[in-house]
Design a protein around this ligand. Structure first.
Ligand code: FNR
Length: 175
């Protein structure tokens, strides 16, 4: 069976730099992988305990269940994780959907800091959700604007980092 990776972008922008990073990572995966980017994060309603899953929530949970591993690539807003992404993740609290699931996190930013605060916050959330991860499961990409062109990553160093994320994720799937 081919290893299936689910990509989740924390940005809703059509020309999102984080979505470009995610798509490039998908294109770097070996041919024995399948890759899908989740669409419709903004259709997921505001989480509150006791609410029933809507169609969008079920679609989100099913996409996670069907994936062998997940890659989240997200901007940092106000030193944190975009509310849309955090809200979607909150729907999986207590469901076990992300429990022991290999998850990589990437944050690209136009700033020198490269989304480090969002990464730290997201890693805490993933710890709460019990995902499978290691020290190499997080990647910060600073100054992203100079590293992409025409919808793909052009910076050789970043391409190497994305390949390393793929390799680490594969190791976590197999461990
Ligand atoms: C930002 N941005 C930003 N960047 C960062 O590194 N740390 C931050 O705290 C913030 N905060 C922030 C707040 C708001 C309201 C906006 C609009 C932007 C900049 C952000 O990284 C930049 O817009 C990215 O290009 C967003 O990612 P996408 O949409 O290109 O993937």
């Amino acid at each position: 069976k081919r290893i299936h990776i689910l990509g989740i972008s924390g940005s809703l922008r059509a020309d999102s730099t984080n979505t470009v990073i995610l798509k490039t990572l998908g294109s770097l995966l070996p041919s024995d992988f399948t890759f899908e980017i989740f669409e419709g994060l903004d259709e997921i309603p505001h989480f509150s305990p006791g609410l029933f899953d809507t169609e969008a929530v079920t679609r989100f949970k099913t996409a996670i269940q069907q994936a062998d591993a997940v890659v989240i690539c997200t901007p940092e807003y106000a030193f944190g994780v975009p509310g849309t992404l955090k809200n979607a993740l909150d729907w999986t609290v207590g469901t076990g959907d992300l429990s022991d699931k290999p998850v990589s996190v990437i944050s690209a930013s136009p700033l020198n800091s490269g989304g480090n605060n969002a990464l730290a916050s997201l890693l805490l959330t993933l710890t709460a959700l019990g995902t499978r991860k290691n020290e190499a499961s997080a990647l910060s990409i600073p100054n992203v604007k100079g590293k992409i062109a025409d919808g793909v990553v052009t910076d050789a160093h970043t391409l190497g980092e994305l390949r390393a994320q793929c390799a680490n994720l594969l190791n976590l799937v197999k461990s």
